[in-house]
Design a protein around this ligand. Sequence first.
Ligand code: Z2T
Length: 833
Amino acid sequence: VEASIPEPQREAWKKNQTSGFRGKTEFEKEVVRHVETTLARSVFNCDENAAYAATSLAFRDRLILDWNRTQQRQTYRDSKRVYYLSLEFLMGRALDNAMLNVGQKDDAKAGLAELGFRIEDIIGQEHDAALGNGGLGRLAACFLDSLASLDFPAWGYGLRYRYGIFKQEIIDGYQVEVPDYWLDFNPWEFPRHDVTVDIQFFGNVSKSVDSNGKAIAKWEGGEIVQAVAFDVPIPGYATPTTNNLRLWSSKASGGEFDFQKFNNGEYESSVADQQRAETISAVLYPNDNLERGKELRLKQQYFWVAASLYDIVRRFKKSHRPWIEFSDQVAIQLNDTHPTLAIVELQRILLDIEGLEWSLAWDIVTSTFGYTNHTVLPEALEKWPVGLMQHLLPRHLQIIYDINLFFLQTVEKAFPNDRDILRRVSIIEESQPKMVRMAFLAIVGSHKVNGVAELHSDLIKTTIFKDFVEIYGPDKFTNVTNGITPRRWLHQANPRLSELIASKVGGHDFLKDLTLLNRLERYAEDKDFRKEWYEIKYANKVRLAKHIKATTGVTVNPAALFDVQVKRIHEYKRQQLNIFGVIHRYLTLKGMTPEERKKMLPRVSIFGGKAAPGYWMAKQIIHLINSVGSIVNNDPEIGDLLKVIFIADYNVSKAEIITPASDLSEHISTAGTEASGTSNMKFVLNGGLIIGTCDGANIEITREIGESNIFLFGNLAEDVEDLRHTHNYGDHAIDSDLEKVFLEIEKGTFGTPNDFSAMIAAVRQHGDYYLVSDDFHSYIETHHLVDEAYRNQEEWIKKSIISVARMGFFSSDRCINEYAEQIWNVEPLVVHD
Ligand code: Z2T
């Protein structure tokens, strides 16, 4: 129901329109007003948390105005919108970002100081919005930032989990998971209790024929869960465009209680119904690159997709355009296969509710969707049992079967002599039990499919989706290499470096056109500039050293080489290779005379990352890292020469401290397994060098910055399969240095050997699937090259500056422009006011 103010009264509204604060004085006034009225506190009981709340509310008030105007403008212009459907949005903190984007951080800093607070402490009060696992979720957050900063009319759609990714504690060297309840005070969301959608599950389908002889399918019965919208404003940088992220929360459809049940005296069961409904949006599944096929996960997917599509269709219908124009107004991007049911749901809406013919409806559907693939790992490819789909979504299963039938008919026509291809490409896998292959459904239902880095996009075309390239031709498949937002990952995380760069490249324009960084390159030869560059890195390392001291009690020397690997813990990312390498370094140091040791370069090996709670091997890796740390860090012979640190609870706000402080970061996945990686881009953009394999975006980073500015090692993707075949289970030769490391672990040097026997057996006995032994020698050698390079600080800093200067390509702005042009066919909505 919409209610607008009648024309004669609108003058009064215009006259009284607020504009938000400008400048320090008005900011202070707003903070005090919020403390004293909104929060009902006073000068006598305003702690940092209250100051955080009031500051956020002051900035929020500013954002809302831009946000409302942006939505009005987009509606008025009736322009094509992009909808980014993602089960994960790893947003991190919002306040600092809001201050920078609105352009009033300096006012806030000065104002807070006058009121008795340090801005860093206030920013530090905010709880991370951690509705994601890792790269995929953070990519979605960077994309929202770029979409708004580039003035694209765009909405994100996701789930409002009550619990985001768990908090990680390290107890006795082991990971312990603690629930992340983040919603007790969240000023950045706006509940829209008037924006609700009823979502149906279970039930039956009845088929009938109408008076014109047309088949009608009716989905009846089952249960209804209500979706409630919560909106989060997404400000663009240096633009009034403020887009919307809409997150759905589930509740029982009867509202607070099912009144009928309540009145019948079934109080308990009505509360139970309510809790069951709320379970749908209760918790983020904590797996990165793994699908476990749980019924609740499928419920989450349909709940979110159905609510989002209802909303999108409702908005389209307001413009009274014919259906044929749907894809001129709407582009929907599927962030991996998690939202693939959207394809089926739109077909169902057009067919069963709007009464369109199948082929017209299907044309509309396929021209609307684009699908992004983020992995080739088989364990991460989604498949759902047909039986489960039948039970939960009976009408959708019928439509999937029809989509498959029409698809296979065209394949059969095109490949009349190929009997096997139908089995290979069928959306239904004829296994026991039968499974719906979601990636295949996503391909068939989209007009474009993209991978996230060049190597990855090539791999999907030649391996998992090969048959589909034959069927559709190569043009349906494309690459959009990932990117990161330079606003958060340079300007916000590393303000001093950002200002130094701005002073040389002509101001802050580079934050909106990152290719302007190339103006920095000539300063690599400027000794004074190099000194300033070095001092900033050093200060960032001091800040991280303080964090390490405060959280682990270990003192690290900021002059040592900081060697960082922070990312989800996974065998394919090979933290085990890193820690085995650290043990090798330790043994080498132990074998030296004190004189020899004096010549060695001090190192701090820093790890961070969460293991999925059910991923036993990943948890063993965390335990080994901590066990090695407790021995090495307390060895008086070693002192500053080697420290091994595990930073607990790695998340977006920790990344903002860690990334600017690295000298070297590790991106060492088995070639062909990491689709892109995005932290590699963040580290280089912050002046860190990287050691890495020829995998994912490392390859394109090398192309951009030059081979002499990166430490590459290891086998190539094209050789991985053959190498795996040479590993004859149980009797292939292990690298001799790695064997020494294993023997030391087995001696008990790092605690009970039994704890780590599975990690060793994975290499020795179980075929070393991730090629740890094959790459070990080359890895160790390359670390020696790193040491040698780091000794020559002037040259190292030159590499650092040149690399940053050449990183312009990896802005998520470039990436979003590619999606807009190649896939969405949308244009920015330029703001005239
Ligand atoms: C994820 O973070 C990624 C891929 C997934 O495939 C799932 C999750 Cl949760 C289903 C990562 C990739 O591993 C990484 O290489 C890539 O940079 C990132 O997505 C963004 O594309």
